[in-house]
Design a protein. Structure first.
Lengths: 114, 1052
């Protein structure tokens, strides 16, 4: 199982990678929107985790482009802000508030993969 | 008596003969009488060789004798003196008996003393003989000597003869004097005669007469008056100031001149002041007056008066002779005046004749031009019917040129009328005139025409009939003109009437009714029925507004008998219109009001309105352009319509028909109707305008009354003049109590104006101003705007106050300020939160990883870090959830379904906590335009909140409609909120709970606010219950959401 984590914070990238690899997933990291799209196309991840606030392309646009490329790949929106009432977000398969507790994220990924 | 002297003379001596010859010579000379007498006296004294000789003459009144000539003893003439006959016996005897007196010595005769002038002149002898004339005494001739002397008979005889000679001399002298006077008068007459030939105007003649007569008679002044009716105005004067003339106008019988004019006799007044009163002359200071009438035959034409004769010693009296002379003068003057008058009249006559001549010439020219240009044929023939004159119009009417007609026998009279025409000519010969008979004439082309003919005689100067003038007129033309005239007259009177109707009212309804009535009146336009349609632009129809006319033929008969303008005043007619058969809600009126003709290109109404011309529909049923509604509604078979046009725009249509009389509608009638339709249109427009103005006025009044702000007018000294209902409500007094009182008293409870009153400022600056006033008297804060009321000259009459209670507004504003402050704080918090979020996750994340690998105390420490980070994260989540803005759209949502979903979703969580939840959802759908996610969040927050503050209780969630608002109610049986906390519950960061940030209610509040809704809380705590509250302990939150339309929402 291949997970694509899109986040610009190095510490968070490492924290996510270590935690999720421990769960048995192959984790690839993109720290810009551009990288994320390349990796999404090339690596064909099973699940994508997207931070909505990105320095080059915002998460909503990224979400739309990825859905155009491979609509069936589940995408989890993850952010500090509560964007749940933004209609665009509804195109994603899940929405979680970023937290140091990754239990919710792990449950969501499991659910999406199964 | 004298015979003896003649006899004796024959025996006279040559000496005596010589004396006599001498005396006769003297007596016959042309010398003055006094000179003659003196010479004779001298001759006598010398011839008789005596000392004195006197010649005395008897004066006309025969009472005195005066010595006219005397030679005294010194051979000198003596001054004349007079002796009274009455007092002298001897003289009386002498003059009475005509016998000589002879005394040898007068000393022997005492009676003689009186005769001589003096006793001492020493004359002793006396011979006195009478001077006899026409057998009567005319004087005395006396011879005297100093010595006593005995006169011989011869001497007596000689002296007697001499006295005869003296008598002759006197006669001669008188004759001479008379001749001279006559010569003088002749001279005057000659002068006047000259004047007559040279002076022909009264203006010159009359002053000339006055001047001449004054000079002639040595008079101080002269007045000439001429008789004008009973008046005797002064026409000319001499020697009198101008100003006097006006005051001296007399009437016949008044004053001297008046008397003279009345009696036709001359009058000589010696002394005016002693004369009768009616002879008194008030203005002229005159003593003696001579006045004679001016007469032509026996007719008095005026008077001529002279005042105050002058001679070398001053004023004397006029004499009888003057009077006679003046009479002569007056008669000459009269003739001169009359001549002048005649001349004047003649001149005037001449002028008149001259002007008459011109008039006649002009009239002749004029007549000629009339004849030439006459609309009538004017034909003159001689008495046998041969044409002598043929004017232009005759050429046109009869077709014969002048040349063709002249000299012919009545070419225009058809054969069968020749005899009749001849009879007519015979009548004319008898000076009869045949006026305006209608007959037939024949044109050159043979066509017969009807004419009206007037025949009259042509007379020569002697009054003899020399010909016949015939004036003929084409009758068809005349009749047409007559008709036109009558029609024009009718039109004018209708127009006049309609105009007065239109001017008499601005009430639209009344106006239209009157106009339609006039159209249907017998002596108006006389249509049977009239219906007015006005354009309804909103609904694109011609809307029937009013119909005037009878319901059926029977009613029609009544109406046309009763309704007439004849002999009625406008008021009366209007009264009849309002109360009569054409009144409102008549059968036709009701039908008309229900007529709606759609504006449609295929409709005759549309054509009429767009082409702006009348249409005469003769067969309505077969005309495809006629809307069947008209035929069905009005039952009309034929009708006419004219557009009502004002300002180039059709505002409606008037339809007329003759349903009952079935009289065809003439195009002319419609044209006329069209003619004043524009009057009607503009009147309707005016009335509409007036109506809209009155409507606007009442609307304004309504607005004024219904403004929730207090509005009132005050005059300059703050007296309230007008108020609206808001003032009455707020002040709590009646309108009557408030109006007339001072505004500071009513509004502020003070006895003098407020320092801050904007009224004062407005009065000073003449500009509007606004002040915010905190008024404890009325209990509130007010924004008072004040504007001046100015008259047309710009003077302030008063001000308008609009006072708005801003107490509520102020409170609101304070709340807004606080929430703004809060929002700013929130933004800051959000930024901070965002910045710390990622580091916090890293800290928390790696702490969790450490916790897994560590054991013992260090694991415990890691655990502490993880817990603390978790707490921080949850705080951040709440802060960010509150702050973040939403741009999600709202949509029409069924509130019932939404709440149902929420309750279903939350039920497990509530029950898990030991509480039960009850739904009470409205059965009728409540649709509100909301953001369902937001509202879900808000409601969820409230339910969670309720659950958190309730232990083993019940939470009830219900929906309903209340006053056009959707209400969501969340009630719990929890601990309640204390009164002092209730006002803070929507404040972010305020919480009574041990857990959470307290942002829940704040977020909820924010969401509801974003939906323009309200949220209310009612709550009772245990403490409240203990102090006697009846309701149960617990809290109720109510969310009120406005029900808005989707369209309205998109605009906001």
């Amino acid at each position: 199982m291949k997970l694509l984590i899109v986040d610009d914070d190095k510490n968070i990238q490492r924290f996510y990678k270590e935690e999720l690899e421990e769960e048995g997933y192959e984790v690839i990291i993109a720290d810009t929107g551009k990288d994320a799209l390349e990796l999404f196309e090339k690596e064909n991840p099973d699940v994508v985790t997207l931070d909505i606030l990105m320095p080059d392309i915002d998460g909503i646009s990224l979400l739309r482009k990825m859905k155009e490329i491979r609509p069936k790949t589940p995408i989890i929106m993850s952010t500090a802000y509560d964007y749940r009432d933004d209609f665009a977000v509804w195109a994603s398969e899940a929405y979680i508030v970023k937290s140091s507790d990754l239990d919710e994220l792990k449950k969501t990924i499991k659910k999406l993969i199964s | 008596m004298t015979e003896p002297a003649d006899i004796k003379l024959k025996e006279a001596t040559p000496e005596l003969t010589d004396i006599l010859i001498k005396i006769t010579g003297v007596a016959c000379s042309t010398l003055e009488l006094s000179e003659i007498l003196s010479t004779i006296a001298q001759i006598i004294v010398n011839a008789f060789q005596k000392d004195s000789c006197s010649i005395c003459l008897l004066k006309p009144n025969e009472k005195v004798v005066c010595v006219e000539a005397a030679i005294n003893t010194k051979k000198e003439p003596v001054a004349t003196f007079c002796l009274s006959i009455d007092h002298n016996e001897l003289i009386g005897k002498l003059l009475g008996e005509l016998q000589p007196l002879v005394f040898e010595d007068v000393r022997e005769e005492p009676r003689v003393k009186a005769i001589t002038k003096s006793e001492n002149d020493g004359l002793l002898s006396l011979l006195a003989v009478p001077i006899i004339r026409d057998n009567a005494a005319a004087g005395i001739l006396m011879l005297q000597s100093k010595e006593p002397y005995r006169y011989s008979q011869e001497e007596i005889n000689i002296l007697t003869v001499i006295s005869h000679n003296i008598s002759v001399a006197i006669r001669n002298a008188e004759l001479y004097k008379n001749v001279k006077t006559q010569l003088d008068e002749l001279h005057i007459i000659h002068e006047i005669g000259k004047a007559l030939t040279s002076i022909l105007t009264m203006d010159e003649l009359l002053p000339y007469i006055c001047r001449e007569v004054s000079h002639l008679f040595n008079a101080r002044g002269c007045i000439l008056r001429l008789l004008e009716g009973d008046n005797l105005p002064i026409k000319a004067s001499f020697g009198l100031p101008e100003s006097i003339k006006k005051e001296m106008n007399l009437r016949v019988g008044e004053g001297i001149a008046g008397w003279v004019a009345q009696t036709k006799e001359p009058l000589l007044v010696d002394n005016v002041s002693t004369g009768p009163e009616n002879q008194y002359i008030p203005v002229i200071e005159a003593t003696t007056v001579l006045c004679v009438p001016l007469k032509i035959g026996e007719e008095v034409i005026g008077t001529l008066g002279l005042y105050d004769k002058k001679d070398e010693w001053g004023v004397t009296t006029f004499t009888e002779h003057d009077l006679n002379s003046l009479k002569t003068f007056a008669s000459v003057s009269s003739i001169a005046i009359e001549n002048a008058r005649l001349y004047k009249t003649e001149t005037e006559k001449e002028e008149k004749i001259l002007s008459l001549y011109w008039d006649v010439t002009q009239i002749k020219d004029y007549l000629k031009s009339i004849i030439d240009n006459s609309a009538d044929a004017i034909i003159i023939s001689d008495t046998s019917g041969i044409i002598t004159s043929w004017n232009r119009r005759a050429e046109e009417i009869y077709g014969y040129t002048e040349d063709e007609a002249l000299g012919k026998f009545l070419p225009m009279v058809p054969e069968f009328l020749i005899e009749e025409e001849k009879r007519a000519i015979r009548k004319i010969m008898q000076h009869e005139t045949i006026s305006n008979t209608e007959t037939v004439r024949k044109r050159k082309d043979g066509q017969q025409i009807e004419i009206s003919l007037t025949l009259s005689p042509v007379l020569d100067s002697s009054g003899k009939v020399t010909g016949v003038s015939g004036i003929s007129r084409d009758i068809s033309e005349k009749k047409r003109l007559e008709k036109e005239l009558i029609k024009r007259n009718q039109e004018l009177s209708r127009l006049f009437f309609i105009n007065s109707v239109i001017r008499s009212t601005l009430d639209l309804e009344k106006l239209i009714r009157m106009v339609l009535t006039v159209i249907t009146m017998g002596d108006g336009l006389g249509f049977n029925r009239a219906v007015l349609f006005l354009v309804d632009e909103g609904n694109l129809t011609f809307k029937g507004v009013m119909g005037v006319g009878p319901a059926d033929a029977q009613e029609a008969g009544h109406i046309w008998q009763e309704l007439s303008t004849k002999g009625k005043t406008l008021e009366k007619i209007i009264e009849e219109i309002e109360s009569g058969l054409f009144r409102k809600d008549s059968y036709l009126d009701k039908i008309s009001k229900n007529l709606l003709i759609p504006i449609d290109e295929d409709c005759i109404f549309f054509k009429c309105a767009t082409e702006k011309k009348p249409f005469n529909i003769e067969d309505a049923r077969s005309n495809p352009l006629v809307n069947p509604i008209l035929i069905q509604g009005l039952g009309t078979k034929a009708f006419g319509i004219v557009p009502l046009i004002t300002r180039d725009k059709a505002i409606g249509i008037i339809l007329v028909d003759n349903l009952f009389t079935e009289r065809p509608i003439k195009d002319d009638d419609l044209l006329f109707l069209m003619g004043f339709a524009s009057h009607i249109a503009s009147a309707i427009e005016n009335a509409k305008l007036f109506e809209s103005i009155s409507f606007a006025e009442s609307e304004l009044k309504h607005i004024f009354e219904s403004i929730s702000d207090m509005v009132f007018f005050t005059d300059k000294d703050s007296t309230i003049r007008r108020i609206n209902q808001a003032v009455v409500k707020r002040i709590g007094k009646s309108e009557a109590e408030i109006i007339g009182d001072k505004c500071y008293k009513i509004f502020h409870g003070k006895n003098e104006p407020l320092e801050t009153c904007p009224h004062r400022k407005t009065l000073e600056t003449k500009k509007s101003c606004v002040e915010e006033i905190e008024d404890p008297h009325l209990g509130g804060a007010f924004v008072v705007s004040n504007s001046p009321i100015l008259d047309s000259a710009g003077n302030i009459l008063g001000t308008v106050h609009i006072a708005r209670d801003v107490t509520e507004l102020r409170n609101l504003r304070e709340r807004v300020t606080s929430s703004e402050r809060m929002a700013a704080l929130g933004e800051l918090a959000a930024r901070v939160a965002h910045e710390i979020r990622n580091p916090l996750i890293s800290v928390g994340g790696f702490a969790r990883r450490l916790e897994k690998r560590l054991t013992g105390d260090t694991a415990e420490y890691a655990k502490i870090i993880v817990n603390e980070v978790t707490r921080l994260e949850s705080i951040l989540k709440e802060i960010l959830g509150f702050v973040k803005t939403s741009n999600a759209a709202k949509s029409s949502t069924n509130v019932n379904e939404l709440v149902d979903d929420i309750v279903n979703l939350i039920t497990p969580e509530i029950e898990e906590k030991g509480n039960s939840i009850i739904k009470n959802i409205s059965e009728t759908p409540i649709i509100a335009v909301i953001n369902p996610d937001k509202i879900r969040e808000a409601v969820l927050n409230l339910i969670k909140n309720a659950s958190q503050s309730t232990e083993n209780g019940t939470i009830m969630v219900s929906t309903k409609m209340e006053n056009e608002e959707a209400v969501i109610e969340i009630a719990d049986t929890g601990c309640g909120i204390r009164k002092e906390d209730q006002k803070n519950i929507f404040n972010p960061f305020f919480t009574t709970k041990t857990q959470g940030t307290g942002l829940g209610l704040a977020v909820t509040h924010k969401i509801i606010q974003e939906h323009n809704g309200r949220i209310k809380v009612e709550s009772l705590t245990k403490e409240d219950k203990e102090t006697g509250a009846e309701a149960d302990i617990g809290t109720v939150f109510r969310i009120f959401l406005p029900i808005e339309t989707a369209a309205g929402e998109q605009q906001t």
